[in-house]
Structures are given as structure tokens and as C-alpha cells.
Design a protein. Structure first.
Length: 251
């Protein structure tokens, strides 16, 4: 099996694992809603004349979309509230969201793979997102500390930090290297240090071997390897986010 085949295979495995984790958390959220249904109905009378508008970034696999639609259908049946679901491509989600906010007509809930790095911090800072502490706090034990930190944002209007997104999925970036490149500099995988500092120093050295400086193919491939390696930290937070809109429970 070639390195490229192994890489493609690992991506497929990652996506399947993401899907399983997503479905688990979706179901958990629905179960939690059901568990607290009695308590919630004591405090609020839901205004069923409004529809809940959801914008969701299209998943890679049909199973992701099917699971989302099933959960929404079950929630609609339990709550009696209409839901308008719009599935958008990731490249269009943030663009359309910005346009909708500017027009004063945003969705009630949105989900974006890249929202945590592009728009959620700004909206939280400007007090444009709903505080979802009451959703996240009961589930804190299910998350790692880094995940919780990634959805905790500072609100410049309220002058405090709170949860403004609900994490539903986490994934990590895997590190890949090519054995033929290691062999070209007289190294084997066993030579790669196991400690953090030594690991990065090893690749820094590997990318600067002078005897291969004139080999454009080698240099290009080493740079490609190094570009993969410089991002070792887990990318986390695939949040669903609640915007401050007119849709809300009525007292």
C-alpha cells in the first residue's frame, strides 16, 4: 500500500469516526431535552406560531444529513413547533450568514465547521449569540477542558465570559511522514524522537539537509511533509450556535 493510499484510508476512517461521534451526541442532546421536558414546560409556554430556522453545513456523508433530519422530525413531533431546515455548503454557510445578519434576518441556529475561527468569536463579542450555559454546563463532564475552552467566549457587552456554542464533535489532525524521504537522508522511523522538542527538531533538521538542496523534487516533498507536521494540535469544536433572534419561549 502506498503512502497516498494509507493517507486516503485514514481520512475515510476519520470521517466515519466523526459521524459516529456526531450521531451519539445528537442523540444525547435529544435525550437530555426529553429528560428535562417536564421541568422546561413548568417554566415556559412555547410560542408555537413561530418556526425555528436552522442553517446547517452539509455533511460529507448522507448518513449525517439523514441523522439530522430524523432528530429534527422527532423534536418537531414532541414540541409541535415547525422547523425550517436549510442545508448549505460550507463555503456558502458563513457568507450567507453574514448577509443575513447584515439584513437583520439571521437563522435561529446555525452549524458551521469553520465558524469557530471565522464568525463565532466576533458574534459572541458583539452580544449577538445566545448564552447557552444552561445547555453545556450539565454536560461538562462529557467534554475535555480544551473543548470547553474553545466554546467559551468573552462578551464585550455583558463584560463576562460564557458558553456561546455547543460542541457536538471533535477531531484531530494526524501526522504523516514518508519512509522513502527518511531513507534518503539515512534515517528510519525508529530514529524519530518520541519527546515533543526532539520530534520537531528532527524534522527541522530533515528539511534542511544541504546535500539535497538542489533536488527540487526532494525539497518540495519535504516541505509538503513539514506543512503537515506543523499543525499537530487537535482541531476541535464543531459547534451548533444559537443567534439572538425573535424566536424564543414566551413566559
Amino acid at each position: 500500500m502506498t503512502s497516498a493510499q494509507r493517507f486516503r484510508g485514514s481520512r475515510i476512517m476519520q470521517r466515519r469516526q466523526f459521524t459516529r461521534l456526531s450521531l451519539f451526541l445528537y442523540g444525547l442532546g435529544l435525550a437530555d431535552c426529553s429528560k428535562n421536558q417536564v421541568e422546561s414546560t413548568k417554566r415556559f409556554t412555547i410560542n408555537r406560531s413561530n418556526s425555528l430556522r436552522i442553517w446547517w453545513s452539509q455533511g460529507y456523508y448522507p448518513e449525517e444529513t439523514d441523522a439530522l433530519k430524523e432528530i429534527i422530525a422527532r423534536w418537531k413531533q414532541k414540541s409541535g413547533i415547525k422547523v425550517e431546515l436549510s442545508l448549505l455548503s460550507e463555503k456558502d454557510t458563513l457568507k450567507e450568514l453574514n448577509n443575513a445578519i447584515a439584513a437583520g434576518n439571521p437563522p435561529d441556529i446555525f452549524y458551521s465547521i469553520e465558524g469557530d475561527t471565522h464568525i463565532i468569536p466576533r458574534l459572541a463579542w458583539n452580544n449577538q449569540l445566545a448564552d447557552v450555559n444552561d445547555v453545556v454546563e450539565p454536560l461538562e463532564e462529557l467534554y475535555t477542558g480544551s473543548v470547553l475552552q474553545s466554546v467559551s467566549y468573552l462578551n464585550n457587552v455583558a463584560k463576562k465570559r460564557s458558553y456561546y456554542a455547543v460542541p457536538i464533535m471533535q477531531f484531530s489532525v494526524y501526522i504523516h511522514c514518508w519512509q522513502d524521504l527518511l531513507a534518503a537522508i539515512g534515517k528510519t522511523p525508529d530514529a524519530i524522537p518520541k519527546d515533543w522538542q526532539g520530534f520537531w527538531q528532527f524534522w527541522h533538521f530533515a528539511g534542511r539537509r544541504p546535500r539535497y538542496a538542489n533536488n527540487s523534487n526532494y525539497v518540495a516533498r519535504v516541505k509538503r511533509v513539514f506543512m503537515v507536521l506543523v499543525y499537530p494540535c487537535p482541531r476541535l469544536l464543531i459547534p451548533s450556535t444559537f443567534l439572538k433572534t425573535s424566536w424564543k419561549p414566551t413566559m
